[in-house]
Every structure is written in C-alpha cells, then in structure tokens.
Design a protein around this ligand. Sequence first.
Ligand code: 13P
Length: 334
Amino acid sequence: MNIDELKSTARAIVAAQKGVLAADESGPTIKKRLDAIKVEANEANRRRYREILFTSAGIEQYIGGVILYDETLRQSTSDGIPFAELLARRGIMPGIKVDKGVSPLALHPGEKITEGLEGLRERLLEYKQLGARFAKWRAVIEIDEHDIPTPYAIRANAHALARYAALCQEAGIVPIVEPEVLMDGSHSIERCAAVTSSVLKYVFAELDSHGVALEGILLKPNMVIPGIKCAQQATVQQVADATMHCLTSSVPAAVPGIVFLSGGQSAEDATDHLNAMNRQVAHPWQVSFSYGRALQAPVLAAWKGLEDNVALAQETFFRRCQLNGLARDGKYTR
Ligand code: 13P
C-alpha cells in the first residue's frame, strides 16, 4: 500500500474550502430525480445532466472530488472528453461508487446489508485505470425508537465497510467509508446520537482489525439529527453540538476528513448545520460535505431539462458549492 499517495489524495479532496459532490446516483435513483422534473431518464439525458454539473464554471474552488456512478465514469462531454479526465484537468478528483446497493439482512426483518464485495478487487483495478482516485461504499442503518438497529446488523455492515476499505487501499484508492443512519422515522435526536456512536465504534473497530490505514480514508457519516417524523425537531445549534460530541468521542484524530451526507435535509439546513459545526472549537479532522441532494436539488429545479435553463442551473450549482465551501470553513451567513 502506498500510504503517502492515499494520504495526499484524501487531503486534496478536503483541502481548504473544498468538499465532495455526490453525483453517483444509481440508475433507479437518478430516474427518480429526473422523473420529478418530468425529464425522461434515458442515457442521453443522464449524460447531459451530469455534463451540466461537471462543466459549471468555478466549481473547482469548492469541489475537491466528485463521486461518479459506473455509467457516468464511462461517459464523456459532448465534445468527447471523458468525465473523469475533464474533472482531473480541473483539479477535481474523480471517485466511484462501488457498492451494489442494499438487500434485506437475512433473519433480521427491517434491516439491510450492502452488497458488492464479490469481484470488487477486479472492479477497483478497472476503475483505477478509468481514472478513479477514490471510492464510496454506503452502508444503510435503519433506525427505530427501540429495537433497530440490532448489534448484528451494525456489525455485519461495519465488517463489509472494512473489507471494502481494505480492498480500496490495496488498489491505491482512497475509500470513503459511509455508514448512514437514516433520518426516516420518529426517533429522537438522543436516539440518533446513541445509534450513530455505536455504529462508528463498530466501524472503527473493524477498520482496525482489517489493517486499514486511517490516514488514507475519509469518513462519510450522517449528522446527528431527529427523525423527520419526530415531534421534537432540533435547532441548528443542537444538531451541530450533538454531532460534534458524537464524532469527538468516536472518530480517531488520524482520519483526515469527515464529509457529511445530507440524507434528505434541505439544501439550506445542510449548509447551516455544516457551518455551525465549523464554528465550534477546533477539531482534529477537516469537517466538510459530500452532498448529493443538498447540492443538486436546486440545480434540477432550475434546469427542468431545458437547454434554455442551463446557464441558470450552472449558476445555481456554483452558488450552492460556494455556500457549502464557506460553511465548511465556518464562514457562511444566510
Ligand atoms: P445525500 O447527500 O443526498 O444523502 O447523498 C449523499 C450520498 O452519496 C449518499 O450515499
């Protein structure tokens, strides 16, 4: 393993002002996003939409890495430049989602396990040749008020994340380790904090026993936030305090960066929360973003599939990148 290369890739992705654009929606997920703006989810439209994002002026100031989907990594701009090459030329690291989505966890009703370890070593080699410098694997942790997640579901998902991370590092690819405790449901912020802490402890124990070098990973956690149906919602400061408290007690200082997912928060909330966390006392890691919906929802709403709206969509995208770039340094004001 070339740890120096892994470290410098990880650090470049979360350099000052920068975070990650998650543009790795799978076929069914991007279809949902395009359906919502009444655009047919065919290959041409998926390619055009991603091209609009990746060719937006100025985003390299705020975006250190873009996570692509298998299809997207193989696509090119209208004038034939592969997306990975276009991003690399702009100083943005190309990344790739490598998990194959979730299945029900056997004998554990309501819980999930992420698939995709089989053949992963070979896929990583190909992705590296296609230009990927980092990867993503998302574990989905269901949560309710009492019984879910079970310790076994947490352990099984943590184990899979660690096997993936070790394979990535073997291939010279920085793994983004993403254990996502969902926001769905009516659980309290305290319940989210307890579950998130437990998940992170299992994840770091498994990473350790698999020999993964923490200096060469990025962690992509959920924020500590009440379920969307919880009667008691939290203020921006409460989310920031609870999240930083949880991370401080669970995430080793050797991890270079924490890049949050947005998980269904509005674009504005996701920026506010990130900003509040970066206004807190010094922390050992870079605290940044790896947003999908919170960066893209306003862009899709501006574009609507119309060429006439492309300039507006790109300005909208630049603006969201800029605001999160400011928030990632605690310098954002609404
Ligand atoms: P959201 O920010 O929309 O949660 O997406 C981030 C992501 O990559 C989830 O795996």
